[in-house]
Design a protein around this ligand. Structure first.
Ligand SMILES: C[S@@+](CC[C@H](N)C(=O)[O-])C[C@H]1O[C@@H](n2cnc3c(N)ncnc32)[C@H](O)[C@@H]1O
Length: 283
């Protein structure tokens, strides 16, 4: 899963140079290698940077994503691009408590932090952390009741393909919750947000993380060049989800996209895809 060393992911070379970020980082052919190298470089200080640069709001955004998941005690939950595990931990500590929580990420260094954190905390549900790719999940069709992804979709190489993969691993009636940065709709707030994320945060975050990977210059560029919430909504509906709700958070600096797999009809599709015979999508 770890990408082989390339010019983009050797420690001496920044994952993103100024020149790389002058264009659209999502169109970079080796985006996955660069994203992985960048998260390896910043893993140790990732949580601290999140807290400081969101003024603690990231904790509230993840808590709201958990509420949007409408957890039930029998739920099996997959948190994709789980990183250092903050959303997976919020899910594992929620009430009602889900039956199973699995976290998947393709950066080993982020998972190392996640595992160390969960070993220190006594979580009500142990989290099963695994190395894996959002676009090719190792799970059978219809394996989960809830799938979450926080600040991860923007980082994958082919987001519509990832969303289709999310649909595949969810059972009929399963819920999808995507938390992702967006651009505030109100122009003065958008202007202020850009000033902060492009002018101030890259410098202070790079200092805090002692980062030379270019991660905190990539962040605002990747948000500004990522398709808007309407397009993300279209990917979700095109993948077969229904009941889409998009809820802006903190003036729209991020958005919670929630939708579900139809309860009827797609049960048949799931059965056909997976060879399951009980029509519930559960193996
Ligand atoms: C901004 S972090 C988000 C981490 C966590 N979800 C959170 O809320 O803090 C993005 C994560 O996405 C992961 N990622 C990016 N592309 C991925 C992919 N194709 N498959 C799995 N993980 C991926 C990165 O390794 C990184 O840990």
């Amino acid at each position: 899963m770890t990408h082989p060393p390339t010019a983009a992911n050797t420690p001496q070379t920044p994952a993103w140079s100024e020149a790389d970020l002058a264009g659209d980082p999502h169109a970079t052919p080796d985006k996955a290698e660069r994203v992985q190298a960048m998260f390896e470089a910043i893993a140790a200080r990732y949580d601290l940077n999140n807290r400081v640069h969101s003024f603690g709001r990231d904790v509230a955004w993840r808590r709201r994503a958990v509420t949007a998941a409408r957890l039930r005690p029998e739920d099996e939950v997959l948190d994709v691009a789980c990183g250092t595990g903050d959303l997976a931990e919020a899910i594992a500590s929620a009430t009602p408590r889900p039956r199973r929580v699995v976290g998947v990420d393709f950066t080993a260094g982020m998972l190392d932090i996640a595992r160390a954190k969960s070993a220190r905390r006594s979580l009500r549900v142990p989290i099963d952390y695994r190395l894996g790719d959002a676009m090719a999940l190792e799970f059978a069709d219809g394996s989960f009741d809830v799938l979450t992804i926080a600040f991860g979709l923007r980082n994958v190489t082919d987001p519509p393909r990832a969303v289709a993969e999310f649909r595949r691993v969810l059972r009929p009636g399963g819920r999808l919750v995507i938390l992702e940065f967006s651009e505030p709709g109100f122009a003065p707030i958008r202007w202020f947000n850009r000033l902060y994320t492009e002018g101030i945060m890259p410098r202070t975050a790079a200092l805090l993380a002692r980062d030379r990977s270019g991660a905190y210059r990539y962040l605002p560029r990747s948000v500004a060049s990522f398709p808007g919430v309407e397009v993300v909504g279209r990917w979700i509906e095109d993948a077969g989800f229904v009941g889409l709700e998009q809820t802006p958070q903190t003036f729209g600096v991020c958005t919670i996209h929630a939708a579900e797999v139809p309860k009827v009809g797609n049960a048949i599709a799931n059965t056909a895809d997976s060879g399951a015979t009980n029509g519930t999508g559960r193996p």
